[in-house]
Write a protein that binds this ligand. Structure first.
Ligand SMILES: Cc1ncc(C[n+]2csc(CCOP(=O)(O)OP(=O)(O)O)c2C)c(N)n1
Ligand SMILES: [Mg+2]
Length: 597
């Protein structure tokens, strides 16, 4: 029986292990959708509200499963909509395949309707492999190479399929000159450095008296190994945002997040250490790492191009983090001096108290947003998946959410795009329907696109074995993270025309589409609302009337930033009074010289 190119594509993706595709239809890709339909559920199709969201879902699928993520869209506008979500995958090194339609072959080059030069458009985001098919016998090797390149190189790839080609009869490549004969299959290799390189790394680590470890997404599968190494070396461990779930926060030497959204102990760990071991992290901000020359450095990364680009390392190891750490462990000497470890534990004890104090302060104009995540920490189930959007909530996610062993967490890391938390949380739920999933989102990001994806939740939630899916929205009527950046980084007052956003009843919208809604304008109710949401029989939206005047400030403020901030307060910031009051409660000692916290 003959099959179409579309049928072959679906069969081949199935042979590669693909079981779910996120996307949106259109006539440019109908030949593939017809094939998906004929395949009768061999591959599940999940309909997003927008192609960008489908690409975020594919990226999150890769993050939460380790598998290839696949998204699909029509030609022209559908393909263009995918781009931001694909960049999210690309910047976080996630294997994602985009399948897009194109105008009919005979029309190409004719300024035809929805004709966009897709190969040029995908060239950057899917530069590893972006190919347009022109004949049926080509499809086999194009799928094989697109999939193998994506998973083998941890990159984004794109397949562009002219619409008339999709319905043509599939032809196997002939046995003749100028044809390709490809096959299915890929097994990741075990990548471990040579013994002498491991020894060089061990020598550096053994010589150190104050070892700091920084873990990123590359350490997510190496929890036991990082713990064993940290304990042997008496080290503290800071976590880049994408590595938040690599270690639980109840370990006394884990200093939590690093960077602008990070903790003071992580900052101290890096500025006071004499040795840095970086594992699977592309954390971008070098100013939060040791000063050049202060520490000797060892880095482990599976991707050679990520080595020694944030700090000049003495030993650069290409390797799988868990395997490499296991090979390194017997070469390390147990530290006998525990002073450094004691210092770190002391800092952490103080830090958690400080965070609690900050979280329990009352807001001037709404609920203190730190309180929302602080109350979640003791309640979050240890099998939960938590996602965060880009915005002030990412600060509270980074600092106040205490990760338990077994949890998974992620966000748009490298791209730091708004609008990823809900699609991430949807993909998390499809990948792990038995786990509770929680998305933390700002109101600006909600209005940008997350709100529409609640409709996707309402369409599918009854299929999920555990219906617990929670979206918490911080309704602060402000693009707050950027408002604070304007104040602190630029020394400008809040620009209301760009920063104010309208209030929308998110909880009522949730109720209108069959979900459950909670509205919280009293911080004292936050704990009880989490309890109710975590026991709900359906997905929940918690809308929190949040105080926009609580500063999501970096752990240390430079003198220049402090001056800039102090100046803005006297230059007509519309929220001046409440900003001063809330800031005084939070971090005035850090911001305004001469005051104590
Ligand atoms: C697509 C995109 N556009 C703009 C930005 C810049 N940006 C980062 S955070 C932010 C404000 C987010 O506002 P909201 O979602 O309301 O969260 P809040 O900070 O108020 O809690 C903006 C505009 C971005 N990261 N991504
Ligand atoms: Mg906001």
């Amino acid at each position: 029986m003959s099959i179409t190119v579309g049928d072959f594509l679906i069969d081949r993706l199935h042979a590669w292990g693909v079981r779910r595709i996120y996307g949106y239809p259109g006539d440019g890709i109908n030949g593939v959708f017809g094939a998906l339909n004929r395949a009768k559920g061999k591959i599940e199709f999940i309909q997003a509200r927008h192609e960008e969201m489908a690409a975020f879902m594919a990226s999150a699928h890769a993050k939460f499963t380790g598998e290839l993520g696949v998204c699909i869209a029509t030609s022209g506008p559908g393909a263009a909509h995918l781009i931001t979500g694909l960049y999210d995958a690309r910047l976080d090194h996630m294997p994602v395949l985009a399948i897009v339609g194109q105008q009919a072959r005979a029309a190409l080059g004719g300024h035809y309707q929805q004709e966009v030069d897709l190969q040029a458009m995908f060239k950057d985001v899917a530069g590893a492999f972006a190919q347009q098919a022109s004949v049926p016998s080509q499809i086999r090797h194009l799928v094989d190479r697109a999939v193998r390149t994506a998973i083998g190189e941890r990159k984004v790839t794109a397949l562009i399929l002219p619409n008339d080609l999709q319905d043509l009869e599939y032809e196997a490549p002939a046995r003749k000159h100028g044809t390709l004969h490809s096959g299915v299959g890929f097994s990741a290799p075990k990548v471990v450095p040579y013994a002498n390189d491991l020894q060089r790394a061990a020598d550096v680590l053994n010589a150190g008296k104050k070892v700091a470890i920084l873990v990123g997404a590359g350490a997510l599968q190496a929890t036991d190994e990082v713990i064993a190494i940290a304990e042997k070396l008496g080290a503290g461990v800071a976590k880049a945002l994408l590595g938040k779930a690599a270690l639980p926060d109840d370990l006394p030497y884990v200093t939590g997040s690093i960077g602008l959204l990070g903790t003071e102990p992580s900052y101290k760990l890096m500025t006071e250490c004499d040795t840095l071991l970086m594992i699977g992290s592309g954390f971008p901000y070098s100013e939060f790492l040791p000063k050049e020359g202060q520490a000797r450095g060892v880095q482990i990364d599976i991707k050679p191009d990520m080595l020694s680009i944030r700090y000049p390392m003495e030993v650069n190891l290409v390797g799988d983090s868990a395997e490499t750490l296991r090979a390194l462990l017997p070469l390390l000497e147990e530290k006998t001096d525990h002073a450094w470890r004691k210092d770190i534990e002391g800092w952490m004890g103080d830090w958690w108290k400080k965070l609690e104090k900050r979280a329990l302060e009352a807001g001037t104009t709404g609920v203190n947003p730190q309180r929302t995540v602080w109350e979640l920490s003791p309640r979050v189930p240890s099998n939960a998946i938590v996602t965060s959007d880009s915005g002030s909530c990412a600060n509270w996610y980074a600092r106040d959410l205490k990760v338990k062993r077994g949890m998974m967490c992620s966000l748009s890391g490298g791209l730091a795009s708004m609008g990823a938390a809900v699609p991430y949380a949807i993909a998390a739920k499809f990948a792990h329907p038995e786990r509770p999933v929680i998305a933390l989102v700002g109101d600006g990001a909600m209005q940008m696109n997350n709100m529409a994806e609640l409709i996707t939740v309402s369409k599918y939630w009854k299929q999920w074995s555990d219906p617990r899916w929670i979206c918490m929205v911080l309704n602060n009527e402000d693009l707050n993270q950027v408002t604070w950046e304007q104040r602190v980084m630029n020394g400008d007052p809040k620009f209301e025309a760009s920063q104010d956003i309208p209030s929308v009843p998110y909880h009522r919208f949730a109720e209108m589409i069959g979900l459950r809604g909670f509205y919280v304008d009293d911080a004292e109710r936050m704990a009880a609302v989490w309890d109710e949401a975590l026991a709900s029989d359906r997905p929940v939206v918690i809308e929190v009337k949040a105080d926009p005047n609580v500063p999501p400030l970096p752990p240390h403020i430079t003198l220049q930033q402090a001056k800039a901030f102090a100046t803005t307060l006297f230059e007509g910031d519309p929220n001046q009074r409440n900003v001063i009051i809330d800031t005084a409660k939070q971090v005035i000692g850090a911001v305004l010289p001469g005051h104590k916290d």
